[in-house]
Ligand binder design. Sequence first.
Ligand code: URA
Ligand code: CA
Length: 434
Amino acid sequence: MRMYDIIEKKRNGKELTKEEINFFIDGYTNNNIPDYQISALLMAIYFQDMTAAERANLTMAMVESGDQIDLSAIEGIKVDKHSTGGVGDTTTLILAPLVASADVPLAKMSGRGLGHTGGTIDKLESVPGFHVEISNDEFINLVNKNKVAVIGQSGNLTPADKKLYSLRDVTATVNSIPLIASSIMSKKIASGADGIVLDVKTGTGAFMKNLEDAKSLAHAMVSIGNQVGRNTMAVISDMSQPLGFAIGNALEVKEAIDTLKGNGPEDLTELCLTLGSQMVVVAGKAENIKDAREILQKNLKNGKAFDKFKEFLISQGGDASVADNPELLPQASYKIELPAKTSGTVAELVANEIGTAAMMLGAGRATKESKIDLSVGIVLHKKVGDSVTEGESLLTIYSNRESVEDVIKKLHQSITIKNADVKEPSLIYDTITE
Ligand code: URA
Ligand code: CA
């Protein structure tokens, strides 16, 4: 087989075979095919797209390029959830104990990553003592016993994706549905999940800025999952404004605790119930979405989800008393209110800009080496569609520096107040269950 012929075939809009796809993924992973030929192929894929079969074959070729996590020692159908990323997205912290309380095994591998706030692991580490440095055996035992555990990422997962992603980044080929879908799905499948639930976000704070692209990506990923034997469902949700009220690590843990007690923000609670219902169905613990949702609602009311959260914290060394006393979480030195400059209705809370403001306070990492301040962040008091009077606080800034003029300026730029009726944006645009 020659790389030249594969490039030419894709350039001409023909379908690549499984063997051809395996050839270029193996060759690239093992440094036998140069960047310039793969770059040309990526650009051909960008313009010519890939068929459903090509997408599934590309995904599995990337899965097989490295280690695969073996979760077969865990009983039941293991479900994983993936979000394409947003601002103040606290859902994993809530979903993990919530679905575990419905007997769904959740073996979560999580990274730290870059972003406006830390990843799930950083957030959980704001609970004193909580740690994810556990052995694989301990991880498996905990999931069998409690139905939920979180472990840090290890192993050489999907090296082909890592190489391809770096190359896409510098060749203007990131923004391609077949390439994004196979990239995300390869990582989930290599992590060992039997079933996958995807939260595809759309809006200013999301990777997919418009709804049509988000829908295409969601359908592409669901199709890949189901072709390769992983029951996959998806939700398309709004990320034009931050989810919930809190953006920050410890602040989001507190918000997760409130939500698990049944007192969370309406949007965050609703998204968790929607995603959680799909996870319960995928795991075979309910016949349909409606039954699944009833189980989860019940477990929020009767305290089962909250108790599961405490059990989860304790079993990984965490001080579960934070669940009853959130003031034991890291606290920032200064609380600064942001008063509205005019009266009216909140028309815009630009999610990515507010995320950047949280990052300026130290809530997120700009580079892999940056250190996170777990205590800082922002808590919104108003969301889009809410009315506000001049001088009323729009949000509270939690900071460890006294002067936050730069952050205040950024926040004022990202909030629009209008003297007109503003419709609350939809939260869930679509759900894909088959
Ligand atoms: N996130 C991924 O993991 N891969 C992509 O290609 C794009 C976003
Ligand atoms: Ca939040």
